[in-house]
Design a binder for this molecule. Sequence first.
Ligand code: ADP
Ligand code: ZN
Ligand code: ZN
Length: 754
Amino acid sequence: MDRKLYAEVIIEISHEKIDRPFEYAVPPGLAESIHMGDKVVVPFGRGNTPRGGYVIGLKDHTDFDPDRIKSVISVSSDGTGVEGSQIALAWWIRSHFGGTMIQALKTVIPIKKKMTIRTTRRVDRLISSEEMEAVIEECERRHQTARLRVLRALLAEPTLPYELVRDKLNVSSPTLKSLSDKGYIGITETEYYRNPVVRDDESAATHELSPTQLDIITTVTNDHFSGNPGKYLIHGITGSGKTEVYIGIARRMVDAGLQVIVLIPEISLTYQTLLRFYKRFGDRVSVVHSSMSAGARYDQYVRAMRGELDVIIGPRSALFTPFERLGAIIIDEEHESSYKSENVPRYSTRECAEYVSQSRGVSLILGSATPSVDAYYKASKGIYRLFRMDERLTGGSLPAVYVEDLREELKMGNRSIFSRRLQNLIADRLDKGEQIMLFINRRGVAGFVSCRSCGYVCRCPHCDVSLTEHKNGRMTCHYCGYSEPKPAVCPECGSGYVAGFRAGTEQIEADVKTMYPRARVLRMDADTTREQGSMENILRSFRDHEADVLVGTQMIVKGHDFPLVTLVGILAADMSLGVGDYRAAERTFQLLTQAAGRAGRGDRPGEVVIQTYQTGHYSIRASREHDYASFYREEMAYRTLALYPPVWHMLAILVVADTEDDGLRQADAYKDLIEKRLDQIAASGTDGTVRGYVLGPAPAMISRIRDKYRYVLYVKNPDMEILVSVKDVLEENMRENPNRHVLTFFDFDPLNSV
Ligand code: ADP
Ligand code: ZN
Ligand code: ZN
């Protein structure tokens, strides 16, 4: 008897209304070839238009009328489906970060379309040289000149590339075929991959592991192999040997037949890091990144599917590499903001990795010189095991850090962008032929309002974040919507120098050139790196000492290693503090610490000058002292008091509407639903349950983009699952009352102001 089979299919259209599985009958002819995750074509809608979709379930019964249910048209077997195990991950992503199932599926599918794997062919001599000489004599008698060309060549060289034989020796395919049929030669076709890593046969310099390194590697792998895969945070200063620990863990996993995913922020995906892995794992390690061709990326995916890779290195999307024998996920520089997706679903790579770790028994290793407050908090709660690496293994001491007060400079009549100390040190380094990096934080350039005379920053009286300047002369809070006119004089000291801070990289470059005419200056920012490869060019040129000064935005502080740089100037450390969101201090501390880490990487000691209006701010003090612990303490005090993540969680709801009216009405309606839901939670919850609250609606950070009006609501609660349930309520409402004038986006624990 025929066994009936039905498929649950997610249609490839992203719309809330159809964001659910549709059921189709599987015709008997396809029953053998259909699997979970396969891409299929099905008739959809009233017109039965053929549409693509993904199979997320297979079952032998249906509640629909079996005579009226539509049937799957075809199954595509080109490998662009989802791995069965990834479907569960997609569900989890959808339910925890919002968006539709099809968006979640597309997130976990590493490739978008099938490509062909390239092949090469070669021609081999299959007989001995004596036999070959006999065949050649025979051909000479018959004047078969084409045959003679290839056979003589094969006598000298037993293997030749097919293209050479065909194109250079000019031997036709039928001729080769007949020689092959006779058994004289063989023609073999082999696949080859577009390989992103260039071979380098220099052998790896192996160090004897330090006791700390060995301890971490042993602990992690022993936990894993004794059946207790764990989650770990390595807090180790730059140069303390973290990468070597990652390699050590990967080595032991791979030796046991397991596979490893190594995530690195795109920007620090440098050739050197790659090479270090490549030297240890050879052809069985590969890389994926955004500037690779689609073909090359496809090939790495195929190699992973076929089990031909042990280690993959890449940015956040590499987390979705289809490894069947996954043993560990390593996330380097875990604090980096690029680990949060900026597209829907706005997933957090760390949380997805935790889910994978939990559901598949995979070890998770996070590493950073400046751990995110979120990760450190989890370590303090025992969710991650914490390891510390406090010493630079290559010698070299931490740089001396000076904090210069810009208010003092102004008082002393210094109106330039550079403090007197920085000016002297720049001159000194130019004399010595050493290099200088000058760093300005681009974020916040259009933004916070401060007093140039006393450093006072205008802040929201309700939210403890700074206000942001708008063109209409008012300042607004992006959390609660509070707004007030920009003051004409400073409320603190009465000076008239109240303004948005606006010095940019171009200005600094010009000033350096004016003040130090002999200095050779390079600039690296969004403008100068727009073209492909231009960033690498600037970095190479600076490394080759073709310039004395590199001026740039945060791009210049990440991971680059320049032994001749002995001075780093941070021109306005407050800029990142001025950004109106609760992570400003954390970001500032990370940036300052990283920027400072650029100085004195070689054998010459380094110096760092931090210029600021807020000499007393704890993020600045802590980075001067290289003191993460004190930063963390102060930051946690603030987050605890203000109920910000990680103490409480936050859901940002962005409403994008055609008109102000549509936007506000929808946002208000959401607010009612949220209040009701929170009341319900408070009424039905257990003792520990907290109601939490909702803020807004307020105009978003950018209140209008391309004539769409943007409003934001924030929901706060200590329990993430309660926020997820709030999102579910709103999503349900979106399905039931579709509003085509409004789009809604969710962002959990947002990294930036929405
Ligand atoms: P991180 O990733 O923490 O910045 P790395 O692993 O890159 O640190 O190590 C920093 C430098 O120290 C590298 O040049 C590396 O070759 C070297 N190094 C790492 N481990 C050792 C060791 N056990 N002994 C000596 N040098 C080491
Ligand atoms: Zn003032
Ligand atoms: Zn506010």
